[in-house]
Design a protein around this ligand. Structure first.
Ligand SMILES: *Cc1c(COP(=O)(O)O)cnc(C)c1O
Length: 431
């Protein structure tokens, strides 16, 4: 393939057939989930809360895990492999000697990378005899992805959607319903957790941690229902490694290797999926910079590295992670998918070991959206508000290269498209 290709594709035969499990290559063992000192054992309850196959993957130390043929076919139908684009027009606009590449996870039926794990989880759920999936969603991308995957598998879906977002994204709500999902604003009157919070404040804006508690509570009351989580956990990052595995092969095809890898990080699934196959090389001594772009509204990677709950109601086990505290109040932002109190244990551990840098952008989102406007005007694609953080961080790195003269190869992931988020851009940019 030409080294100056603008769109780097991957032949169908080169599609990943295994997911990559970084746990096998970590220099020290990953701290496992734990129980709090008081109350019932959450760890023992995990088999009730998670799909059997996902729970096995959660604890697996095997380096490569086969992607069942049926899931590979679903990936193909969802448009994988996705292209890697060279951002030549953006480079010219920025007058940078850096070479910029972006992975097009926005080439997705529902608009984001979340389909990569949704398709796997829905397929496993069907195999394990479940009839309904329950979940939480923040920005709405995960809810849509799971509704889509469930619909393909012939399953029902119930979605608890953080009220502050549910109320302004009416198009995405309709999209989820188009797939047949039942959608509730969270906190909802459906669960004890929701009812208690609504009693305190009937207009409670909700949070991802609360919506997780509601989804869990709902599924525990129904034998035929199982809860699915769209980020944070090891098995979710595992499923997402198809992003980075493809990207690595695409770089091989053009004879390059990235010096810097960048993406936005909320819970860590797109960042992990994109970067973990490259972390393997970093652990073995290769010099690569990994940069996670976050919001000052939820800079979880700058929190404390300690055991904390993954949800508001303390139903989950404790996970060792960088956290702002599981009941932290976070200012609403348009890139709402980045508003979660903790970062995935795997990525938290890699940060703890010194492999991962982070940057947090102001919560008014002017800087990230202005940068993204320049991206849209040169490259043409509209990133999701979350992905805008990745775009801005990549552009900021490219601008540093202009100043230093360094010809770095900068790779960034665009986790989703923003077709249903124009209101957010309009408000901040005055469109
Ligand atoms: C959910 C989401 C995110 C944030 O979640 P991660 O698990 O950190 O990837 C980022 N971008 C998009 C488009 C999303 O849908």
């Amino acid at each position: 393939m030409r080294t100056d290709s603008l769109m780097v594709t991957l032949p169908e035969d080169d599609r990943p057939t295994k997911w990559y499990n970084i746990v096998a290559d970590l220099p020290e063992p990953l701290p496992p989930p734990m129980d709090p000192k008081e109350g019932p054992s959450r760890v023992k309850m995990l088999p009730e809360l998670l799909l059997g196959e996902c729970l096995r993957q959660e604890a697996s130390t095997q380096r490569w895990i086969d992607i069942p043929q049926e899931i590979q076919d679903l990936y193909a139908q969802a448009g994988r492999p996705r292209p890697l684009f060279r951002a030549k027009r953006l480079e010219a606009k920025l007058q940078t000697p850096a070479r910029l590449y972006y992975k097009a996870e926005f080439y997705s039926p529902t608009g984001s990378h979340k389909v990569n794990t949704a398709l796997a989880q829905a397929w496993y759920a069907k195999e394990e005899g479940y009839e309904r999936l329950t979940t939480e969603t923040g920005a709405g991308q995960w809810g849509t992805a799971l509704a889509y995957a469930a619909s393909l598998a012939g399953l029902k879906t119930t979605i608890y959607w953080v009220r502050a977002v549910h109320d302004w994204k009416s198009q995405r709500r309709a999209f989820m319903r188009m797939y047949g999902a039942q959608v509730y604003a969270s906190p909802s009157p459906n669960t004890e957790t929701g009812r208690a919070l609504l009693k305190e404040n009937p207009n409670h804006p909700g949070s991802l941690g609360i919506a997780v508690s509601e989804g869990l509570e709902d599924s525990r009351k129904d034998d035929k229902a199982i809860y699915c989580l769209g980020s944070v956990l090891n098995h979710v990052l595992l499923h997402q490694t198809v992003i980075g595995l493809e990207t690595k092969k695409q770089f091989e095809r053009v004879g390059e290797y990235p010096d810097v890898l960048i993406s936005c990080l909320g819970g860590g699934s797109n960042f992990g999926g994109f970067t973990l196959p490259f972390f393997a090389d970093a652990i073995h001594g290769k010099e690569i910079k990994f940069l996670a772009a976050q919001s000052e509204a939820a800079p979880n990677l700058q929190g404390e590295y300690r055991y904390d709950f993954a949800d508001h109601a303390e139903i989950t086990p404790l996970l060792k992670m960088y956290t702002l505290g599981h009941r932290a109040e976070m200012h609403p932002i348009r890139g709402d998918g980045l508003r979660y109190h903790g970062a995935a244990p795997i990525l938290s551990f890699l940060r703890h070991l010194g492999y991962l840098d982070t940057v947090a952008y102001p919560a008014d989102e002017r800087h990230v959206f202005e940068r993204t406007r320049t991206f849209v005007q040169t490259e043409g694609f509209l990133p999701a508000p979350e992905s805008a953080y990745s775009v801005a961080a990549a552009m900021d790195e490219a601008i540093k290269c202009r100043e230093s003269g360094e010809k770095k190869v900068i790779a960034f992931n665009i986790s989703g498209h923003g077709f249903m988020d124009m209101e957010g851009y309009s408000e901040v940019l005055g469109l």
